[in-house]
Design a protein around this ligand. Structure first.
Ligand SMILES: Nc1ncnc2c1ncn2[C@@H]1O[C@H](COP(=O)(O)OP(=O)(O)OP(=O)(O)O)[C@@H](O)[C@H]1O
Length: 257
């Protein structure tokens, strides 16, 4: 569905991405991990066609994302950043309804179907009770849930999440990821997510892509990537690897003081 081939990105003499290649099958969940400055956000901007690569190509359904009509691409790819939605003084319902925008024609008003979809998504994201509350009065966790709901009414095939849980407490972090997982199962959604929390990434993602200094160091399952020596080389710290007592997936413990 999405293919990233030998992508490079340079700004002046600085190399931000260097020969990055991988394929993203439909319905998969890919975790982009790696230290600060590895190039993860840069890659996300190229996938959403927000920026152009210097070399290589990113194709979505066989066509270079740079050649896609902007509105058509927005119907199929939704982007959610760590800041989520700006705290404008508009009602939750109206903020979510804005997600329908890529599907409306010029000067076309939302239809009854659009309103029904928003109601449906409000229920799915447990936001119905908050639908008349103003966005700028919500907590960070609630606002991030609204951002997910807005992306959901967009009905994309591909969801790009750039550190969606950064500002959330542990309960809300799990809440958001569970919501995305449920949505993914319901609609066979494809998810690419930048994550600093390796334990959550290991649990959530089928495939992890470990990046460093603009390059893919290794990609594979959590069993292949959550490896003490590999992570030590990239993060310059030695984590202990343990098993999650319920799911048995590899998890890390950071060094002692
Ligand atoms: N417009 C720009 N001009 C020059 N350098 C840039 C620009 N945008 C990004 N960079 C550099 O590119 C590198 C990769 O940045 P990027 O934000 O993609 O990393 P990241 O892996 O997402 O990091 P983090 O985990 O800290 O968010 C960094 O060294 C950054 O300083």
């Amino acid at each position: 569905m999405l293919s990233i081939q030998q992508v490079t990105k340079k700004i002046e003499d600085k190399s931000l991405l260097d020969n990055v290649s991988f394929d993203v099958p439909k319905g998969s969940s890919i975790g982009l991990i790696g230290p600060n400055g590895a190039g993860k956000s840069t890659l996300m901007k190229l996938i959403s066609a927000y920026e152009k690569p210097t070399g290589g190509s990113i194709t979505f359904h066989g066509q270079d994302v740079q050649h896609w009509n902007v509105k058509k691409l927005a119907q199929r790819i939704a982007v959610l950043t760590q800041e989520g939605l700006a705290a404008y003084p508009i009602k939750v319902f109206d903020a979510i309804l804005l997600g329908r925008y890529p599907h409306l024609g010029f000067f076309q008003r939302e239809s009854k179907k659009d309103y029904e979809l928003v109601e449906e998504v409000l229920a799915f994201t447990s936001l119905t009770d908050l639908k008349d509350q103003f966005l700028d009065t919500l907590s960070g966790g609630e606002r991030q849930r609204v951002a997910i709901a807005k992306a959901m009414v967009q009905q994309p095939e591909l969801l790009l999440l750039d550190e969606p849980t950064t500002f959330l407490d542990i309960g809300h972090q799990l809440n958001i990821l569970r919501l995305v997982k449920e949505w993914q199962r319901k609609d066979n959604l494809t998810v690419i997510m930048v994550m600093h929390d390796l334990n959550l990434a290991s649990q959530f993602c089928e495939e992890l892509i470990l990046m460093s200094e603009g390059k893919v160091v290794r990609s594979g399952s959590n069993e292949e990537i959550i490896d003490s020596d590999l992570l030590k080389n990239v993060y310059h710290t030695t984590p202990e690897i343990i098993r999650h007592p319920k799911s048995n997936v590899p998890q890390i413990l950071l060094g002692h003081f």
